[in-house]
Write a protein that binds this ligand. Sequence first.
Ligand SMILES: C[S@@+](CC[C@H](N)C(=O)[O-])C[C@H]1O[C@@H](n2cnc3c(N)ncnc32)[C@H](O)[C@@H]1O
Length: 317
Amino acid sequence: MINQIQHIPILLDEVINALSLTEDEIYIDATFGLGGYTKAILSKQNCKVIAIDRDPETKIVADNLKKVFTDRLYFINGKFSELGKFLEELKICKVGGVVFDLGVSSPQLDIKNRGFSFKLDGPLDMRMSSEGPTAAEFLDVVEENTLANIIFELGDEVFSKRIAKSIIHHRTINKIKTTHQLARIIRDAIPVKKRKIDPATKTFQAIRIYLNDEINELKKGLIAAEKVLKPGGRLAVVSFHSIEDRIVKKFFLKCLKTNSLSRHLPEIPKKEPSLEILTKKPILPSTKEINLNKRSRSAKLRIAMRTNFVSTFGEIA
Ligand SMILES: C[S@@+](CC[C@H](N)C(=O)[O-])C[C@H]1O[C@@H](n2cnc3c(N)ncnc32)[C@H](O)[C@@H]1O
């Protein structure tokens, strides 16, 4: 099934340029998906890729790519927050670049059984891996206030309280089992009918981010990536909404921050920047790319380069 879905990699040329690929180097594709970036990296340079994805279905794609690139590709079914541990197990200390392409993939959105899309009617699942509760199980037990906060914070939805109230009301009548059931409840709960986007968009996004613990994953993944980069190594992150982009921006700034006072206070070690920011402003897709691929329209790419100074978060091995 996953092999039949088409996915156009987003900001592909920009990401490949950002990585500044060199021969015999090792790169990490932290969000393998349908392997669009991995394939481009391995085709462009005689290097190796360690590809990570938490979705077990992506292994099928990796197995197919391995037929072409053999031992230049190593696939791990796991979470990118654990990439430091994966490298330790492989006895690899440092890598030349790490790329993240956040969020959901085309197959996750376009296969109705995955339950991510309000456009297709499927079981309310929304899990990237098969771990943890499904969206249906979660909505069956969550408290109204907690749900309202999740929808507000992770979906930026001003009608969060109304939506949460309506979900709780409906679940007492009938279990909410499908994506279309949930989408209808959300649409009916929102007074403003004329929105540019489907009224269910923000709530679906919020529940998905919460269930997959995407904010913590991103924070941990960035820290892990910074630790494993060798000096000159690149960190490229493509994000799709303001919550993610804010985290990436803040993280880059934290790694850039120096501790200039410490020169006069020997007990506090002087902190030098561990990352140099290569994109003062994020790189956005061109109008041509947006016209070709609507899913690229909210993408933002930020790039940083590891310096020679010690890691802000501690080195591995
Ligand atoms: C936007 S897609 C990547 C598409 C890919 N760049 C391509 O060109 O085919 C994002 C992928 O990241 C995976 N993912 C999201 N969060 C993850 C995490 N914390 N750890 C590992 N994989 C994750 C998803 O399962 C999904 O397959």
